[in-house]
Design a protein around this ligand. Structure first.
Ligand code: 3HC
Length: 698
């Protein structure tokens, strides 16, 4: 049963029972219709709609999108609730999101628990509220609050909802509170409680509000369609009668749900949930972690320590000297205090977090740590020295993690007497902000150690992706062919600005050359000098090497591929870098040509998908969708594009494979090794998503 009913005196209480989140599946929608019919049949004086398991309704059932519609549809159910001639009260607790909040808006009264989360997160799925939400919300709360709720997707708490007039009262127990209100209102007239019957007027102030909001949305949600379309619909509530506004909302919803952005965003929603699940062959409980040790209080170590302290764990942070410790903790405190100003944290929270930190210069102090994460310099020798030391002092059963971004975790584990306790936990900078945690499962990593890392990701609100051992794991390994294509395009005639603009127009947070400037061009330079390059790599190294040798190290030296204004950091072309690029092209006798944005996108994005397919085929990643999650959360790939593998799927693997084969046979063929898995899937007419589904079954 999806909706159970029970009479409390004259009040019929309909409880939605669709765990885990009470999504509005077809059965739930039908159950609500049946419950209303029952209330009428039994002559109930009022009705309460509640959710089982401490949560009201988390929204429409996302799995039903894209499938043939099944009656009753949600807008009809919400209208039917509102049309009831007895008072209907929503008992709001837990997640009350999307269609769930729209059901509540259809009710005549709303009682919320203080801890409930009320929101319209549809824009996060590339959609807008499609069951009257864009029209009822502004008829209940102020234009600016309605706009904020609908276009940001961010939920609010019960108390705030009460303050803005979204609910009629707050009760510690929303269900008993709602029943009490229903008893009080039983048999009363509800005609003035129907939100859709209220009229709105467009004023200059409201118009101004929307203009300001549009500019803000364009900045915050660059490239994303839904937030703007959602704002359009809310605005329509002020200029159109309810029925017309709802029609516009429905048409927009139908258009968005079938659009590429929503398909990509729904893909990422489920991909995020899949990526943090343990691999199929792992069946173990995580080890208990109460105390964490972090080695290194620099940018990475500091960010990692902040993450754990914020999650309520005690963190012992080790550095080589008191000065380094003082500096590191000072930076952490400054970051936290900045959060007080922006309202993200309170003074008390900052004090609590600081109290959870124990600074030390003595390895002995890590003896009682349950999990130790090393974030020291990225060279194998240093990592090995640290792990040898950890093997001596860490207590039996402690999980030993390396924050390496490239190095062989098997080799690191091998210096210890307990390789089963060792794994990689690769954080992204700034570690307290970036969501991605790449968990590197080494050959001997024990199942419960892997489970501990996954549990820690959940506890610290990171999005985990499990990777196998290879140079650069999933994310950084894919960067190499991506950067190589950018380099080849530059040699062939594209300017840094042109390449970066094509990428940011495509949706990337930053262009690849701007990222190089930000990270420091000397890092790549040093790593190239540390190894022997193949001839084609030497050719590509000429431009970046000469740029570094001319003193352009990126943002930190004021110039790299671009010049940076010392005051504003504003970016402009760097004529000296451009001259180097031109000189190298001349020396190599390159036939410079005009390069289109389409070619830039095709080559860079297909290079990513191709390497992703190598990684998938080698079993380094478990799912194509994990690769997408890594790129969206760790590398600034536009969420609404769904990630590089989903993008390849959306183009069609047949097309992608053909192009890659052409490139591999062409002039720059040396940079392409078509991935066998990609070719095989294309041949079979399959997508990466089909591959993931097959793997999940088998
Ligand atoms: N539909 C279908 N499945 C859903 C779902 C939904 N709306 N919301 C969550 N689930 C599933 C998840 O996929 C997951 O399944 P799994 O166990 O098989 O992986 C399971 O429920 C539990 O979800 P989480 O792991 O995310 O649980 P949390 O407790 O961490 O988070 C949540 C709960 C905050 C509700 C989060 O799941 C969430 O944000 N859900 C989506 C909410 C949303 O976007 N609602 C709007 C939907 S669109 C809509 O309503 C359109 C309407 O306007 C017409």
């Amino acid at each position: 049963m999806s909706v159970s009913t029970k009479m409390h005196g004259s009040v019929l209480v309909a409880t939605i029972e669709n765990p885990p989140v009470n999504a509005l599946s077809h059965a739930v929608r039908q159950g609500l219709m049946d419950a209303m019919a029952e209330a009428r049949e039994k002559g109930a004086g009022a009705m309460v709609i509640a959710g089982q398991g401490g949560t009201f309704i988390a929204g429409a059932d996302i799995r039903e999108f894209g499938k043939p519609p099944m009656q009753p549809m949600l807008p009809g159910v919400v209208d039917a609730i509102e049309a009831m001639d007895i008072p209907v009260v929503a008992a709001i607790e837990g997640n009350t999101l999307g269609g769930g909040l729209e059901v509540a808006l259809g009710c005549h009264y709303r009682v919320s628990s203080p801890s409930a989360k009320l929101g319209l997160p549809e824009v996060n799925l590339g959609l807008l509220p499609g069951a009257g939400g864009t029209q009822r919300m502004p008829r209940l709360v102020s234009a600016s609050d309605a706009l904020q709720m609908v276009s940001s997707g961010a939920p609010i708490g019960g108390k705030k909802a009460d303050a803005m007039g979204l609910v009629d009262g707050v009760a510690d127990n929303a269900v008993t509170g709602a029943i009490a209100l229903a008893e009080e209102k039983a048999g009363s007239d509800v005609s003035d409680r129907r939100i859709s019957a209220r009229t709105l007027e467009m004023t200059d102030a409201v118009r101004g509000e929307f203009e300001g909001a549009r500019a803000l949305i364009a900045k915050r949600a660059r490239g994303a369609l839904a937030p703007q379309r959602a704002a359009d619909c809310v605005e329509a509530a002020f200029s159109m009668p309810y029925r017309d506004g709802v029609k516009k909302e429905r048409e927009t919803f139908v258009e968005l749900v079938a659009g590429e952005q929503s398909i990509a965003l729904r893909h990422i929603f489920f991909a995020e949930r899949a990526s943090s699940k343990p691999p199929k062959d792992v069946d173990a409980a995580p080890r208990e972690v109460k105390k964490v040790g972090v080695i290194g209080a620099g940018t990475m170590g500091g960010g990692i320590a902040m993450t754990y302290a914020e999650a309520g764990l005690s963190v012992t942070i080790l550095e080589m000297s008191d000065e380094a410790l003082k500096r590191g903790i000072g930076v952490m405190e400054k970051n936290w205090r900045r959060g007080i100003k922006s309202g993200r944290s309170t003074e008390a929270q900052v004090e609590e977090r600081l109290a959870r930190l124990t600074p030390t210069t003595d390895y002995e102090d890590l003896r009682d740590a349950d999990l130790i994460i090393e974030a020291v310099f990225e060279t194998m020798d240093i990592k090995k020295t640290v792990f040898t030391k950890l093997d001596e002092i860490a207590k039996p059963g402690a999980v030993l993690a390396s924050n390496t971004s490239y190095l062989n975790v098997n080799e690191i584990a091998a210096v210890t007497s307990r390789p089963e306790d060792v794994l990689g936990m690769h954080y992204f900078s700034p570690a307290n902000i970036m969501k991605l945690l790449e968990i590197v499962r080494a050959d001997k990593t024990a199942d419960d150690v892997l489970m501990t890392a996954l549990a820690m990701a959940k506890k610290t609100r990171k999005t985990a992706v499990v990777a196998g051992v290879c140079d650069g794991f999933i994310g950084n390994r894919m960067l190499s062919p991506y950067i190589a294509q950018a380099g080849a395009l530059m040699l062939e005639g594209a300017s840094p600005e042109q390449i970066d603009k094509a990428l940011t127009d495509f949706g990337w947070a930053m262009g690849v050359l701007s990222v190089g400037d930000l990270a420091g061009l000397d890092i790549g330079y040093k790593s190239r000098k540390d190894r022997t390059l193949a001839p084609h790599e030497q050719r590509l190294a000429m431009i970046p090497d000469r740029i570094v040798e001319a003193g352009h190290l990126g943002q930190k030296s004021g110039s790299g591929y671009y010049k940076y204004d010392p005051e504003t950091r504003a970016k402009s072309a760097n004529p000296e870098a451009d001259a180097i690029i031109a000189a190298v092209r001349g020396e190599l006798g390159v036939n410079v040509r005009d390069i289109s944005s389409d070619e830039i996108i095709e080559r860079t994005q297909f290079a990513l998908a191709n390497e992703g397919a190598h990684i998938l085929g080698e079993g380094i990643a478990q799912r194509a969708s994990d690769i997408d999650v890594a790129y969206v959360h760790g590398y600034g790939y536009a969420r609404w594009r769904g990630g590089p593998m989903h993008y390849a799927d959306s183009v069609g693997l047949k097309v992608v494979a053909e192009k890659i084969k052409q490139y591999a046979e062409g002039e720059g063929g040396v940079y392409w090794t078509p991935a066998p898995l990609l070719l095989e899937l294309a041949e079979k007419g399959m997508s990466f998503a089909d591959y993931d589904r097959e793997q999940a079954k088998g």
